[in-house]
Write a protein that binds this ligand. Sequence first.
Ligand code: NAD
Ligand code: MG
Length: 396
Amino acid sequence: MSGPQQITVLGATGSIGLSTLDVIARHPERYQVFALSGFTRLSELLALCIRHVPQFAVVPEVAAARGLQDDLRAAGLPTRVLVGEEGLCQVASAPEVDAVMAAIVGAAGLRPTLAAVQAGKKILLANKEALVMSGALFMQAVHKSGSVLLPIDSEHNAIFQCMPQDFSRGLGAVGVRRILLTASGGPFRQTPMSELAHVSPDQACAHPNWSMGRKISVDSASMMNKGLELIEACWLFDAKPSQVEVVIHPQSVIHSLVDYVDGSVLAQLGNPDMRTPIANALAWPERIDSGVAPLDLFAVARLDFEAPDEQRFPCLRLARQAAEAGNSAPAMLNAANEVAVAAFLDGRVGYLEIASIIEDVLNLEPVVALEDLDAVFTADAKARILAEQWLNRHGR
Ligand code: NAD
Ligand code: MG
């Protein structure tokens, strides 16, 4: 009865979604698309449906669903269109589905990703914000359902590949001293500090090595992305924040490393192309072709490393503080960051104000325990309100 695996791709129209579909299309005997979701670029979603013929497509609202359903019918496709978060949760947990690519950006991905976890699906986790917001509850749900959780973030996928298979016994038990999380340093690693107040969204999104969605591109420029990844690594590998060290490595060829007590340091290398971690997670524990060119070490020639400068990257310090505080602090950090980045992308605030907004929000609200998902969304909503109030207070 083992036909191709049925895959749901949440956030199919995004950068990770498209890379996932590229890998899937290389292996039609192994993978079939069960469902695709989109949020804004719905003509692209239609084109993806025509190409991959999923059973379901999910869009944010009813009018868009009607339009897409008519277009799909006109194209002679059997695809049924579902709506909103309920539709996302349905295609994430449907009995036919083997694996779910969680590639919606931001807090919007949490409920559908958790629905897939609770249904015991194999989870290919790109949506790091979901884990940052609700790490304890998320990991409890993974353990309860027996879901297999495979990291797509290139650093975490690299760490996963460098860990022994039984790492869930605990880092100490498997002889791991620390995790070395690499970061490119983004487009502003060497920009004079005096110019940072005036950098534009397009400059922030011009990442030197990776092509990504705009929110994560800004996070990479501010290094909030690395801060979110630090928190992500703590949950995925049951590490303390002090066991995760951030290393700036501008070439983005080493995707992260694991340092063992015997002095061995294992690294995973590759060209900066997300199809490698996607193929790794899709096929795990096997290996499949991803379409990524072989790494040419002679062309790379050298690998450089630097310590991060927290003056230049205050978001990294704020994220480490939130990781140490735990409880509601990471959810608040994430929500304040989402509002601040959206305001920066809209031209309402300057680049340096992103960190100011987040720091003010975190200072205003006490850290509380998060007993359930409602508490997570309450903390998220509070931080969004406080960040909006910051914008109003400053006349933005
Ligand atoms: P993107 O902006 O290119 O795509 C985001 C996707 O989410 C799109 O399909 C969009 O339609 C959908 N979406 C946006 N808002 C939504 C909402 N409110 N409800 C439902 N769907 C919504 O982003 P991306 O670069 O593909 O990143 C996706 C996730 O993967 C992020 O969490 C990011 O941190 C993570 N990630 C991305 C990369 C990368 O190289 N792009 C690397 C590591 C991790
Ligand atoms: Mg990453």
